[in-house]
Design a protein around this ligand. Structure first.
Ligand SMILES: Nc1ncnc2c1ncn2[C@@H]1O[C@H](COP(=O)(O)OP(=O)(O)OP(=O)(O)O)[C@@H](O)[C@H]1O
Ligand SMILES: [Mg+2]
Length: 505
């Protein structure tokens, strides 16, 4: 009797020890008999699935799967190898007690008695939801990067071609008979199409290596107001703008962020084919601790809310993927670009949507540490004439001839070199008031090397670097390389006139 009681107490203690032990394990654990009926589980399992172990005991999957909708366990149970205890590892999704669907890996191992006979099995649930999300993000980024490699590869030729087309159209508009409205209109259409092609190449180039933003500290106010107004001009949608008066400054690439806002606003407008209001708000936010992908610190948030068709839950997960579109004429690149740019700015972009009610995008951008100084705006529509001798170095005959025509029209005299060697010998025999050097000359001396030699001849040389690779480091840091100005191909006649004026004044 006494020995029996003693033994019983020993068993109780062992069981208690065992339960305490598995309750300390943070991963959910369950164990079952060979027929698949639950024998027990740990605390983490109870919390994870929102069940009580005493209610679970003795239930098998057959009991439970009967009413899968009501039973929080139905998903977990269906993973079990019914009635076959053995080792196994499989991935599936189950419903967490908080209602979310989680990606998990279930690992199972057989339980045997002292004689090695199988008496059941034990399983552990490993939650890999976060890992899967991170993986998806990596795949998304690498897809975009491969797109960038392609874009980088064709950018040089493509931008040269566009420069020639745009330049010639501009000249044709100038020299064409102004009285023939029809001709002007045709040329304008051609110009618009070429500008669209130019914008598309720039968008793609953002993904290329070194497509890092060229940032400056500024207030987002004007950018926001201008971009929203511009994007909605001539559409059925109107907008409301609500910006905090004490908005933090941000350190951003102006063009890229304007592209982000433009893309989101355009989507909002397209989601409201019969019109509606786009509400844009900007305010300061301070995060006290790490929040998802964002570090603690000061941010501004820009929210863009529409009253459009909304996005289904099924699609929400895919809208940032390149090429995902539900539009007949969409390329599916708009939001992929936004996502990429915001990530490069150490920010975050999120979305909430209800079908039939509307969608809200929220962009987080880190606040800048220093305040920005207001700077004067340049008018990009004024064409400025000038005079002086200009040397243009470009390997493409069509570009040389087009730039020559434009510069002559503006009042300059022009000479040409097809590569660095030729430019050097020409400059040595006859100094110029300014030189425009193409950055990349296939098979010859390009702009970077040429400027070094030219500065040896004339340290005060007024040189402009030109390239279709708008994100080459030389283009953003041109002064450090000895240039006084920069112009991105394809450029307009107004842009080249203004750069020349700046450099020569
Ligand atoms: N405000 C919105 N309301 C409803 N659906 C939206 C909204 N914004 C994005 N979407 C959905 O996300 C998809 C992807 O958007 P994204 O801007 O990347 O590409 P797109 O607009 O289809 O094409 P484009 O490259 O011309 O921008 C859209 O096709 C649309 O289904
Ligand atoms: Mg879009």
């Amino acid at each position: 009797m006494a020995a029996g009681r003693e033994r019983n107490r020993y068993v109780q203690e062992q069981l208690h020890f065992f339960q305490t032990l598995i309750d300390k394990v943070p991963s959910p654990i369950f164990y079952k008999d060979i027929w698949g009926c639950y024998l027990g589980c740990n605390k983490a399992f109870e919390e994870y699935l929102g069940v009580k172990r005493n209610e679970l005991m003795g239930l098998s999957e057959i009991d439970i799967v009967k009413d899968p909708q009501k039973n929080p366990l139905h998903c977990a149970i269906s993973l079990d190898i019914s009635g076959h205890p053995g080792s196994g590892k499989y991935e599936t999704s189950i419903n967490h007690s908080d209602g979310s669907e989680r990606n998990v890996i279930i690992e199972e191992a057989p339980l045997t008695d002292l004689n090695g006979i199988a008496i059941g099995f034990v399983g552990v649930i490993n939650d890999i939801t976060e890992i899967r999300v991170a993986e998806k993000e990596r795949v998304r980024v690498s897809k975009l990067e491969s797109l960038g490699v392609l874009a980088g590869g064709i950018a040089h030729d493509f931008n040269n071609i566009l420069t020639t087309i745009l330049g010639n159209i501009a000249l044709a508009k100038i020299y064409g008979d102004v009285n023939t409205d029809k001709l002007q209109r045709l040329l304008e259409n051609a110009e618009q199409a070429a500008i669209r092609a130019k914008d598309l190449t720039r968008e793609l180039l953002i993904f290329s290596k070194g497509g890092s933003p060229v940032k400056k500290v500024m207030s987002i106010r004007d950018l926001l107001e201008n971009t929203v107004a511009f994007s909605l001009a001539g559409t059925a949608a109107n907008y409301e703008l609500d910006m905090a008066s004490d908005l933090f400054s941000v350190e951003i690439d102006e063009n890229q962020i304007s592209q982000v806002i433009g893309n989101i606003v355009l989507n909002a407008e397209q989601a409201m084919p019969h019109g509606g209001t786009v509400r844009v708000a900007a305010e300061n936010v301070t995060l006290d601790s790490v929040n998802g992908p964002l570090n603690a610190g000061d941010y501004i948030t820009i929210s863009i809310k529409d009253q459009g068709i909304g996005i289904s839950e099924k699609h929400l997960d895919m809208i940032f993927d390149p090429y995902f579109t539900t539009k007949e004429k969409g390329s599916g690149l708009g939001l992929a670009i936004c996502h990429f740019i915001i990530q490069k700015h150490q920010g975050h972009i999120g979305v909430e949507s209800t079908l039939g009610v509307g969608t809200t995008f929220v962009v987080y951008l880190p606040a800048a540490e220093v305040k920005h100084k207001a700077e004067e705006q340049k008018d990009k529509t004024v064409m400025m004439s000038g005079h002086g001798k200009i040397l243009v170095m470009d390997d493409e005959e069509t570009i040389r001839s087009m730039v020559g025509d434009i510069l002559q029209y503006l009042g300059y005299t022009v000479d040409f070199a097809k590569d660095g060697e030729e430019a050097l010998s020409m400059y040595a025999s006859r100094p110029y008031d300014a030189v425009i050097l193409d950055l990349t000359i296939p098979g010859g001396m390009g702009g970077k090397e040429t400027i070094e030699h030219l500065r040896a001849i004339d340290p005060a040389i007024k040189a402009i670097v030109s390239s279709g690779y708008c994100n080459d480091p030389i283009m953003s840091d041109y002064r450090q390389y000895g240039f006084k100005g920069v112009i991105v191909k394809p450029y307009t006649i107004h842009e080249i006139s203004s750069v020349l004026r700046d450099v020569m004044s």
